[in-house]
Design a protein around this ligand. Structure first.
Ligand code: AMP
Length: 285
């Protein structure tokens, strides 16, 4: 596996691969890799001639300096995991490598998918995400790029960005969960064993809401009541727990009788902020 310490070196490698006629699958990450990331990488490996991964903790998408500084970083371990997953190239770089314009950087408007929920609770977050992903796509020029449904709203923002850029094709991948139901996340590393146990009420709330749906409940308010009661359960602090139409984000929060629903939750345990979501009207496979 090739390892590059600058996006400029990675760009040359990607250009050579594309010129040789090889399709390039790309997985952008912030590192501290777990089984969720590796699922994306394996899919990129399986569906393309070569797969590459970026590891960059992007300062533009963090409002909270402390969260940025405490974000886990283990490049060597990540590189070993990527190599065993069949990845052909990994690259990283400094903020100055990615954004040489410094203060003159023009930030990308993330569009209407950024409205509400994460966009509201983390002002500037999606602008930072859209700006870095646009830059990454320009460096790598992939044919396909892989993103997790774990960051559901981010996936919508990225699909809109890729449509504006006329590529790459965006592949959304299902959420990987630990055996407890907790969605795998780099931030789980910062939870104590007791907090990790308590955090399972987030996914338990989502599953409870889906069970309500499966038993015939279609009323948004009653589904939300169940979701909020079970997701917080007195042990995590809910930032939001909402229902949205997965096919019409701009429609805002759902009320009344529903045809379909995506339930989305953000919660904090101590200093760690976690997000999760679940489509209520789909049967588990
Ligand atoms: P991150 O390193 O957190 O920026 O995540 C990089 C990519 O991995 C994003 O597309 C995430 O949505 C995806 N991802 C993170 N956690 C999971 C998970 N538990 N299951 C599936 N994809 C995930």
């Amino acid at each position: 596996m090739n390892r590059f310490d600058s996006p400029q070196a990675a760009r040359e490698w990607c250009r050579a691969e594309s010129q040789s006629g090889r399709s390039l699958g790309f997985v952008p990450t912030m590192g501290a890799l777990h089984a969720g990331h590796l699922g994306l990488v394996r899919r990129a490996v399986a569906e393309n001639d070569v797969a590459c991964v970026s590891i960059f903790v992007n300062p533009l998408q963090f409002g909270d300096r402390e969260d940025f500084e405490n974000y886990p970083r283990h490049f060597e371990r990540d590189a070993e995991l990527l190599e065993s997953a069949g990845c052909a190239m990994v690259f990283r770089g400094t903020p100055a490598d990615f954004f040489p314009e410094g203060d003159d950087l023009l930030r990308e408007d993330p569009g209407p998918a950024a409205l509400g929920l994460e966009g509201e609770h983390r002002p500037g977050h999606f602008e930072g995400v859209a700006t870095v992903v646009k830059r990454l796509f320009e460096f790598v020029q992939p044919s396909h790029a892989y993103f997790g449904e774990k960051d559901f709203q981010q996936l919508l923002v990225i699909r809109d960005l890729a449509a504006r850029m006329k590529g790459p094709a965006i592949v959304g991948c299902p959420i990987h969960r630990e055996a407890s139901g907790l969605a795998s996340s780099s931030r789980n590393e910062r939870l104590s064993p007791a907090e990790r146990e308590r955090a399972t009420c987030i996914s338990a709330g989502l599953f409870a809401a889906r069970e309500c749906w499966q038993s015939g409940e279609r009323n948004a308010e009653r589904l939300l009541r169940e979701l909020r009661k079970r997701a917080s359960n007195g042990v995590v602090e809910l930032e939001y727990a909402e229902l949205r139409d997965p096919l019409n984000w701009s429609g805002g929060p759902l009320t009344g009788t529903l045809e379909r629903a995506q339930a989305l939750v953000a919660a904090t345990l101590g200093k760690v902020r976690l997000i999760d979501n679940l489509r209520l009207d789909e049967t588990p496979s």
